[in-house]
Design a protein. Structure first.
Length: 340
């Protein structure tokens, strides 16, 4: 069997571990084609060979050796037909698509509308894919954010400052809530709950009656109640997503203006994506890769591998991309106990 592998969307710690596991589990009885730059590589036929040698030493490496992009095959003229033509020309029998909601959404539609044999692997540091308890990359991102918050606590206290820490999270506040809880943040702002700037500042003023510093953790997709959203540009990608950024700068100005306290911003941004995956994410990504190639060899197409409790299972891709998984309210309620 000849199996294609692609990685789409934002890079994520653990992607290489999935690729490695697919090749090692499938073994030399099968051939593996790596498509460069996500769906763009499938559209353009840009490939690399994947085998035991080219995937050696990948377990601890961040990023993806295949490269990635946010190309949407349904935004390209004759995109689905080009996918089919590329697979036929290369003799590819099935695809393993590793990505988030957008990459897997395209995979589900290609399978449903064009009968392309695809198995999905969920990937996002935001942890917002439904049908799986956790996605690989999330734990690494949370640990990096927590380490940064720990470091910022000391400089905030030394300088009598408010530190606003911006983390990734377009539609879901999993990273902000989890890292904020682990790092002892005094305010956590998430996309699921529009915030009132007056209330944030009033909360900080109460806190500063007994201490001289505060840590505010904000997800990039958090918005004020009024609905205004700071973005770096009006540009959108092929899946219609605006490029976010700037909510922490907005908060910095408002907090300084309303309280008079010196406020600084630390935008962790893509720092959360890069670097070595944690031990947890290496193991989870490896388990996902093994189950993904097993699904392909079982011809169990239209499925996505997922973590349920401690078990790796297969679920319909449609179940995973139908609705984003937003923050667990019980987790956020635990974090709220320690605000201030």
């Amino acid at each position: 069997m000849r199996i294609g592998v692609l990685t789409g969307g934002g890079d994520c710690p653990g992607l290489n571990a999935v690729i490695r596991a697919i090749v090692r589990r499938g073994g030399p009885a099968h051939k593996y084609v790596g498509f460069r730059h996500g769906w763009r590589g499938v559209l353009e036929g840009e490939t690399v060979v994947l085998d035991a040698e080219t995937t050696r030493g990948l377990l601890h490496r961040g990023g993806t050796i295949l490269g990635t992009s946010r190309t949407n095959p349904f935004k390209t003229v004759d995109g689905p037909d080009r996918v089919i033509a590329t697979m036929a020309a290369l003799g590819v029998d099935a695809l393993v698509a590793i990505g988030g909601d957008d990459t897997l959404g395209a995979a589900e539609r290609l399978g449903r509308e064009h009968s392309i044999p695809i198995v999905g692997v969920p990937k996002t540091i935001d942890n917002d894919i439904s049908a799986t308890d956790v996605t690989f990359g999330f734990h690494t991102a949370v640990q990096v954010a927590t380490d940064a918050i720990d470091r910022l606590q000391t400089t905030a206290e030394s300088h009598d400052r408010v530190m606003v820490v911006e983390v990734m999270g377009r539609n879901a506040g999993w990273i902000a809530a989890t890292a904020g809880l682990a790092g002892g943040a005094d305010v956590i702002l998430i996309p699921e709950d529009p915030f009132d700037v007056d209330q944030v500042c009033a909360h900080l003023q109460r806190r500063h009656q007994r201490t001289n510093f505060s840590i505010v953790v904000v997800a990039e997709g958090a918005v004020p109640v009024a609905g205004t959203l700071a973005v770096t540009s009006g540009e959108v990608d092929e899946f219609g997503h605006e490029r976010l950024g700037g909510i922490s700068t907005f908060l910095q100005g408002e907090i300084e203006a309303r309280t008079g306290w010196e406020t600084r911003v630390a935008n962790l941004g893509h720092i959360l994506r890069g670097g070595t995956p944690s031990a947890y994410d290496r193991v989870l990504a490896t388990r996902f890769g093994v189950e993904a190639i097993d699904a392909v060899l079982d011809c169990d197409f239209g499925t996505m591998v997922a973590l349920r409790g401690t078990d790796i299972v297969r679920v319909p891709i449609a179940e995973a991309v139908g609705e984003l998984k937003t923050i667990d309210r019980k987790l956020f309620e635990v974090a709220e106990v320690f605000f201030g």
